[in-house]
Write a protein that binds this ligand. Sequence first.
Ligand code: NAI
Length: 329
Amino acid sequence: MKVAFFDAKSYDKPGFDHYAATAGIEIKYLETKLDEDTVSLAAGFEAVCVFVNDTVNAAVVEKLHALGVKVIALRCAGFNNVDMSACRGKLRVFRVPAYSPHAVAEYAMAMLLTINRRTHKAYIRTRDFNFSLRGMVGFDLYGKTVGVIGTGKIGRPFAEICQGFGMHVLAYDKIPDNGTGLHYVSLPEIFRESDIISLHCPLTPETRHLINADSISLMKKGVTILNTSRGALVNTEDLIAGIKEKQVGAACLDVYEEESDIFYEDRSGHILQDDKLVRLISMPNVLVTSHQAYLTNEALDNIAAITVGNLQKFFAGTPDETTEVIYRQ
Ligand code: NAI
């Protein structure tokens, strides 16, 4: 079993090498992302392993199929970057539905604490022996209302973390889970009542640009928006306008609509061409990180174990139904 592993990073390899060795899988690590220009590198492989910013559109799927690739192993939960209708009848697709929901939930809280209490700025100041507190005033999270959109594997622990801080949690989900004990309300109510809004739903046609000029206009003035889910849940131009008008008090973005050609690489020596991202990063009340909410030892180990397991079961003729992505019209 030979697997072409696209967009490989040094931190991916230890876990994958460990599990692949015991499963008898040979992995070729490729630093490049998968897209229409690089897909020919998959020649001679039966499987490709891809991540969140690889492009698996219809053209890439056709080419993979023509090259004899049989399976796509996503080493992530989201599959919005894969054209599933194009895969039908040609390629099977597996993912890692959960590797450490707590990693992402904890990171969302870390971002909220950082932007609110300015610990990132304090760290830089005191390293420069600047002990001034000017501009450092935050607010108590205790007693504030947080709106959690999407109460799945990540949204639920995030809600529990917030409850631990003594916050009031309002929840919205397309399919509310009344077993959670969460207080479900309508989406407009989330927008109107929340001091903080955190996104934990997947990116679908329905959720694309869920945060836009209309929803922002419903929100409390000074709301804090957290996005650790997928960039295109937020209309970036509308968010920037909301921040400039001070309707949005702060934004924490671990994901960004146009991240695929930017994130995960050192671009410090370059002039960034994406003006919207530059504008966001320039704002003192915006925290942008490079899609790293998942990045813990536990998550990396689980990702490697489950992805290798998916490939092993597929090639053994016993594919795992619980991790297969099925195209539904
Ligand atoms: P999940 O599938 O367990 O939960 C998603 C929840 O969203 C479900 O309860 C579902 O009913 C709900 N939902 C679906 N459509 C909705 C809609 N239109 N409106 C409101 N809710 C809706 O997924 P999980 O594991 O909690 O992950 C959530 C998202 O987090 C993923 O889709 C992925 O995009 C993102 N993610 C980000 C990571 C990062 O490193 N920043 C890492 C892992 C996941």
